[in-house]
Design a protein around this ligand. Structure first.
Ligand SMILES: [Zn+2]
Ligand SMILES: [Zn+2]
Ligand SMILES: [Zn+2]
Length: 337
């Protein structure tokens, strides 16, 4: 696995030691298991012409007694460390830009663009570096899981682990902060996002793509990995407006998320019942930790202006209606009616 070397080199050239996946250690666990596995199954195996031992496979093996106890727990530990480091750093970068409020934020960008351009480019660089860190780790993990399945002549464990990792929120590609960073990158890289007719707004490998009324965000690095993020809300089936990311990784309009979680927009998602499920994957408890995707909202508002304005008006009416209902209920409760 040549990628492991590349990965280690990348990690070593960092100034400080960053959390990483112990790919050598994990590979060794698999290697040892592979040997044990082959000798165990030897009676059923035969040698092919080039001397490679081929094992006749009848079915997928669900569990490996040799390495499951070491491989997966170790991988989970590494992945958690990588994801929490990434989330924290990405969050800081995003917060830095929004600290002064959105209006000032735009003025600030404008000023930077006109004047000291270097500042913005260093921010772009830092954001990009963090995205590369996320993606290179994602590739490494993907490769290790493929290797696991290959050694065990199985195709189920890798995908099964992946979905488990998603529910544990340690799958880095699902991180809302990765989406925010990609959006931030485009926001900072593009000074002149103007028309909704533009087919793609891109900044290097980062793009916002318009295809048959469907908008998606994509990011491509190293030729080998491409991240595509669908921006259609599963509730209203339109481009997400005022987007929030649920803890399962699905992106919805804030308004739609509130109605799916049966809370009013006045109360907000924090008050959602933990039993409420995601409309897409049916996972429960995904609302309370939902994250507002501010950078993505800015990007969409700039690139689909007419649509945004239309949704803004609809939402204003709905907000007023819900706020009125809310206060009427409060009054009734107060007066005991
Ligand atoms: Zn094994
Ligand atoms: Zn929606
Ligand atoms: Zn979901």
């Amino acid at each position: 696995m040549k990628f492991c070397k590349k990965y280690e080199e990348y990690m070593q050239q960092k100034e400080q030691k960053l959390p990483e996946v112990a790919c050598k250690k994990l590979k060794n666990i698999l290697k040892k298991c592979g040997l044990a596995f082959q000798s165990q199954r030897d009676p059923e195996s035969n040698s092919s012409a080039d001397g490679v031992v081929e094992i006749k496979i009848t079915s997928c093996h669900n569990h490996c007694p040799v390495c499951d106890g070491a491989f997966f727990p170790s991988l989970v530990n590494d992945m958690s460390a990588v994801v929490s480091y990434f989330n924290e750093r990405a969050k800081k970068l995003i917060e830095l830009h929004q600290a002064a409020g959105l209006k000032k934020y735009f003025l600030w960008i404008k000023g930077k663009m006109q004047g000291e351009g270097t500042h913005v480019s260093s921010l772009i660089e830092e954001g990009k570096e963090v995205v590369v860190y996320a993606l290179i780790n994602a590739i490494m993990i993907q490769k290790l899981l493929k290797k696991y399945d290959k050694i065990h002549h199985c195709c189920k464990q890798g995908p099964a682990f992946k979905s488990q990792a998603q529910s544990m929120q340690i799958e880095i590609l699902q991180s809302p902060w990765l989406r925010e960073l990609v959006a931030l990158h485009i926001n900072l890289g593009e000074t002149n996002v103007s028309s909704s007719t533009a087919e793609a707004i891109s900044s290097e490998g980062y793009r916002l793509t318009f295809n048959d009324d469907k908008v998606s965000l994509s990011c491509q690095l190293f030729d080998s990995i491409r991240l595509d993020i669908e921006l259609t809300c599963p509730v209203c089936l339109e481009t997400v407006f005022d987007p929030v990311s649920l803890t399962c990784g699905h992106i919805l309009c804030k308004m739609c998320a509130c109605s799916a979680a049966s809370v009013s927009i006045v109360d907000g998602l924090k008050l959602a019942d933990p039993t409420e499920k995601c409309p897409l994957c049916r996972k429960a408890g995904v609302y309370q930790g939902a994250i507002h995707l501010t950078e993505l909202g800015i990007l969409l508002s700039r690139s689909c202006r007419e649509y945004w304005e239309k949704r803004l008006q609809i939402e204003r009416v709905e907000r007023v209606k819900q706020a009125k209902e809310y206060w009427e209920n409060q009054c009734r409760a107060f007066m005991g009616i």
